[in-house]
Write a protein that binds this ligand. Structure first.
Ligand code: NAD
Ligand code: 6OD
Length: 485
């Protein structure tokens, strides 16, 4: 019996006639179905969310709302193993990774934003008036209304709750459209919402694809007050066009082609370790993944050799095996896309240091969506494999000779989400960090996330910032009250 993932509307699970097969990326087998929301189901979800703004949720005290957010976090923790199993079933990622990052972060998002909303102030100005009596201006914070959350498949629970938690903290109601590839943890979270007593209509889920399906029906809806989206830049452009119709506010976290820069004075082992994690974690399917590595010439050969060893040491086991460090890609389609780049790199003149193909297992994984971890050198900087986001376990390594040169190389890109710089020269680290055109610049680390800090990209990697107070600012409307004295 396949698992079923239904829509969640006004506190009830809702079936539909159209089904989407959900595939286990480890073996390519269908293990579940989601119920694709049609226009009526999306309309009902948005109507329920709109109505809930006026009900118990709308008049709830901040203290009670915060209490509910903490209960959500506690309940995710209590059902940790179910969330873990659900995330691994959809994505094929190693249990060890989801146990360390995806599920704990999913719970933490609710706690962090329950705290953030309690500690935030608004501005106030006293002003002079012609009658010299003066006036006081102060801002109040109101919810925006109904928020559409459109989320991707790479870190499904983490990236969805990263938006849902602050939106709820601000008193909004929500309709989530998770990726069609990964409906499981969002559906499980809907159960948890009911269990802890979130009023019906506050959190709704619609399943389906993007264009001409639930994603488009939702983002086009006239009663949506804001859209928060994480996914590909091309999808962001499509959503932006649709959102223009209703002038709907947007927050976008989009694609990237993130550089990692290693200076010759770096702690060599730390740099290899950090760059290898940045390239291969989650099979390269993290927005912060590094696909362009720049290494100062004196240590270039040694660095490439060390990265080859790291790639070849990765263990492509089953998700439940403790030594597994590399999972499959999310889908057959994505596997074909990544393999297309593996072929293209050779045509473009790459030297394949390691990988470049599909591993052979002799078991059910041969029907899964695995690719070999891959390293290239020798490509021109303007080749497609160095310019385009691949979103797989692959990087190209280029030598450089000076700080100025590497900053120019790193910035010569349409994207600007993240960079990492590896050096023991702190002045250089500060200079390079400030010169790079990215929203997040790591120095001697990677994917260290303090959830209070601004997160987002420049150029085609996004619009706006989320995280801490920045999320609260997006998910709330500041209204100025001017009182004449
Ligand atoms: P995607 O853009 O294909 O899909 C994301 C979501 O958008 C899915 O739920 C999808 O169904 C929906 N969607 C697709 N077309 C739509 C449309 N026309 N209207 C409304 N909704 C639509 O992205 P993906 O393949 O799920 O995720 C991988 C991409 O996400 C990569 O490009 C990666 O860089 C990016 N990403 C960025 C960040 C970040 O923080 N910047 C984080 C994670 C992933
Ligand atoms: O850690 C986070 O909060 C975060 N937003 C991570 C994003 C990862 C992108 O795939």
């Amino acid at each position: 019996m396949p698992k079923e993932f239904k829509n969640y509307v006004n506190g009830q699970f809702v079936a539909s006639t159209k089904k989407i097969e959900i595939i286990n990326p480890v073996n390519g087998q269908v293990y579940g179905v989601s119920h694709e929301a049609d226009q009526q189901i999306v309309d009902a979800a948005v109507a329920a969310a709109k109505a809930a703004l006026k009900g118990e949720w709308g008049s709830m005290t901040l203290a009670r709302r915060r209490e509910l957010l903490c209960k959500l976090a506690d309940r995710v923790d209590e059902r940790f193993d179910e969330f873990l199993g659900a995330e691994v079933a959809d994505t094929g990622k190693p249990y060890s990774l989801a146990r360390r990052i995806d599920i704990p972060r999913g719970a933490a998002n609710f706690r962090v934003f329950a705290d953030t909303i309690a500690s935030i102030s608004t501005e106030s100005f006293q002003m002079d008036t012609p009658d010299e009596q003066g006036a006081i201006n102060y801002a109040i914070r109101k919810p925006l209304g109904v928020i559409a959350v459109v989320s991707p498949w790479n870190l499904p629970l983490l990236l969805m709750t990263w938006k849902v938690a602050p939106a709820m903290a601000c008193g909004n109601t929500i309709v989530v459209k998770p990726s069609e590839e990964t409906p499981a943890t969002t559906t499980l979270l809907a159960e948890v919402m009911g269990e802890v007593g979130i009023p019906p209509g506050v959190f709704n889920v619609v399943h389906g694809y993007g264009p001409d399906s639930a994603g488009e029906f939702l983002t086009r809806h006239k009663d949506i007050d804001a859209i928060t989206f994480t996914g590909e830049t091309t999808t962001g452009k499509a959503i932006m066009r649709v959102a223009a119709e209703n002038v709907t506010p947007l927050s976008f976290e989009l694609g990237g082609k993130n550089p990692g820069i290693v200076f010759a004075d770096a702690n060599f082992d730390d740099a290899v370790d950090g760059i290898a994690r940045a390239v291969f974690t989650n099979t390269g399917q993290v927005c912060l993944s590094t696909e362009r590595v720049y290494v100062e010439r004196p240590i270039f050969d040694k660095f490439v050799a060390a990265m080859k060893v790291r790639a070849e040491d990765l263990n492509t086991g089953f998700p439940e095996e403790t030594q597994t460090s590399l999972g499959p890609l999310i889908s057959k389609e994505h596997q074909q896309k990544v393999l297309g780049y593996y072929d293209l790199a050779v045509q473009e003149g790459a030297k394949v240091v390691t990988g470049g193909g599909v591993p052979e297992f002799g078991d059910e994984r041969d029907n899964g969506f695995y690719v070999q971890p891959t390293i290239w050198t020798g490509l021109a900087e303007d080749s497609r494999c160095v310019k385009e986001e691949i979103f797989g376990p692959v990087c190209h390594i280029t030598p450089f000779d000076s700080e100025e040169e590497v900053v120019d190389l790193a910035n010569d890109c349409v994207y600007g989400l993240m960079s990492s710089t590896w050096t023991t020269d702190l002045s250089k680290a500060h200079r390079v960090g400030a010169a790079l055109e990215c929203g997040i610049n790591y120095v001697n680390c990677w994917f260290l996330r303090d959830l209070r800090t601004p997160f987002g990209g420049v150029k085609m990697s996004g619009i706006g910032r989320e995280g801490g107070v920045h999320s609260i600012n997006f998910y709330s409307e500041l209204v100025n009250i001017c009182v004449k004295l």
